[in-house]
Design a protein around this ligand. Structure first.
Ligand SMILES: [Zn+2]
Ligand SMILES: [Zn+2]
Length: 169
């Protein structure tokens, strides 16, 4: 197990926890399965995570799939499952954590997860999602109600006025 990388991930996330360990191992398994090499660039790898918890921070550090580049998205299903896509070779996979017997302390859970081979604690399935396209650049319009500039996919035309999503609620 790559201690240096784990330290980097913990530093980014702010604390060590079982969820982060799961994201760490899922990212390493994704590297293996999707044949991701170490000179990846931002936006090469896309992750659509079915969890919004700690693990996604490991994905951001290890695979450079980040919120800001639109290459990390949350499609919340309340599962420890991650859909990974490699834009450089078209490979994709859905990586799902296997059920395991919870240990009594947080530390024991972290140690257990990190001591396993990634392939032994996850099931690899086909992702049933479409291969994500590159980040969309939207035109913006000024909301006629609040005056704030809003991307076109979040603004609608109501009674001949542009109304942003927040103002339409
Ligand atoms: Zn955490
Ligand atoms: Zn508005």
């Amino acid at each position: 197990m790559d201690k240096l990388l784990w330290t980097k991930v913990v530093e980014f996330h702010g604390h060590a926890c079982p969820g982060l360990a799961i994201g760490f191992q899922a990212s390493l398994l994704a590297k293996d399965i999707l044949e991701i090499n170490d000179n990846i660039h931002d936006e090469d790898i896309v992750c659509i995570a079915e969890t919004d918890a700690c693990g996604v921070d490991a994905v951001q550090v290890i695979l450079k799939a980040t919120i800001g580049t639109g290459s990390l998205k949350i499609d919340y299903k309340g599962k420890q499952a991650f859909n990974f896509f490699n834009r450089t070779n078209g490979k994709s996979a859905r990586i799902v954590l296997n059920n395991y017997e919870k240990k009594s302390t947080k530390e024991d859970n972290i140690n257990y997860i990190l001591s396993q081979q990634p392939k032994d604690i996850f099931t690899v399935k086909n992702t049933n999602m479409e291969f994500p396209s590159k980040a969309n650049i939207y035109n913006s319009y000024i909301c006629d109600k609040c005056g704030e500039k809003t991307a076109e996919n979040a603004i609608s035309m109501i009674n001949n006025q542009y109304i942003c999503y927040s103002c339409s609620q």
